[in-house]
Design a binder for this molecule. Structure first.
Ligand SMILES: [Zn+2]
Length: 180
């Protein structure tokens, strides 16, 4: 059985600036909290519209209410203007999560697209048309599955993807040849 070798596009090789990194910080929507004291909540604040009340207490003697809640993000400047002079404290909490993952690869690269032939139906198609279960469109991804897009044969031909180490060696030799 013939094995097709799918080469890496030399010009597509890029150094990954985050090579080896195992953590990524993900910034999420900040939480804006408010704490109000007064006779009643200012009219510009509407529960379930531009804010969400989480706590409400009333002091019978002074008839004052204490309200705490969350303001909708982002905070608009005209709302801030309307709250000018009101006994309200607004604070913003920035939320970020650090996720841990496998170390990032040293290089990014793409594979050349070559023509292959199905051993079952004998039809020709392109190497980026293989059917696979995990069909993410990552160019770096060397699919281990070789489903024929024409007849559906699961293992329709034999392919081998060039390794990045081999491609780098070729790129280095080419560089030397051009700069001698
Ligand atoms: Zn086929």
């Amino acid at each position: 059985m013939k094995t097709y070798l799918i080469p890496i596009k030399l010009k597509s090789i890029r150094k990954n600036p985050n090579a080896g990194s195992e953590q990524t910080i993900i910034q999420r929507t900040p939480t804006i909290r408010f704490s109000f004291n007064g006779l009643k909540l200012p009219e510009c604040l509407k529960d379930n519209e531009n804010c969400f009340i989480t706590e409400k207490n009333m002091d019978i003697a002074s008839k004052q209410v204490h309200i705490e809640g969350i303001l909708k993000y982002p905070l608009h400047s005209d709302l801030l203007e309307q709250l000018w002079g009101v006994d309200i404290i607004i604070s913003q909490e920035n939320n970020s999560t650090i996720i841990t993952h496998f170390p990032e690869p040293d290089y990014f690269y793409k594979y050349e697209i070559i023509e292959v032939k199905c051993n079952n139906c004998k039809q020709k198609f392109k190497s980026n048309e293989f059917q696979s279960l995990d069909n993410d469109n990552d160019d770096c991804f060397a699919s281990t599955e070789t489903g024929c897009p024409k007849c559906g044969e699961w293992d329709c031909c034999s392919v081998k993807y060039e390794k990045i180490e081999d491609a780098l060696k070729i790129a280095e030799e080419e560089y030397d040849r051009l700069h001698k």
